[in-house]
Design a protein around this ligand. Sequence first.
Ligand code: ADP
Ligand code: MG
Length: 148
Amino acid sequence: MEAVVFIGVQGSGKSSFFKERFFTTHLRISLDLLKTRNREKRLLDVCLGTDQRFVIDNTNATRAERVNYIGAAKAARFQVVGYYFQSKIEDCLRRNGNRTQAERVPDVAIYSTAKKLELPTREEGFDKLFYVRIENGQFFVEDWCDEV
Ligand SMILES: Nc1ncnc2c1ncn2[C@@H]1O[C@H](COP(=O)(O)OP(=O)(O)O)[C@@H](O)[C@H]1O
Ligand SMILES: [Mg+2]
């Protein structure tokens, strides 16, 4: 079974990528949506306990944030797949600026996430790790290279 962890600043395209690639197969676990860690944990436990594929659609910017998901998924014998979204700050700010008022986050949130962002490594426990970028409105997915 597959556990997917997204990594990327706000506005990097995570939720849109989910809609495009995972909507029909994976449950979306998003703290923005669920609001509380309690709900998140309960939903995650259900997925892990019932062999339901899922995507963690948060910024997951630090190793410390990712380690819990990765550990829990591995303990339940899920394959852990990471997708890092190219997080050029000016692109994220521009995309965020084009959102509706209700969907937009304050620019300071983007700066703050960008500042604490730790690039993922396979050693964290990812069985597969990918690099996603948007070009001309399309998503491109490549295998992760440590140099990026
Ligand atoms: N492939 C794409 N091409 C162009 N714009 C995109 C693409 N994917 C998403 N966007 C725009 O970027 C903004 C942020 O995307 P979103 O998926 O909400 O990012 P995140 O979930 O990482 O915050 C959205 O307003 C969306 O319209
Ligand atoms: Mg999102």
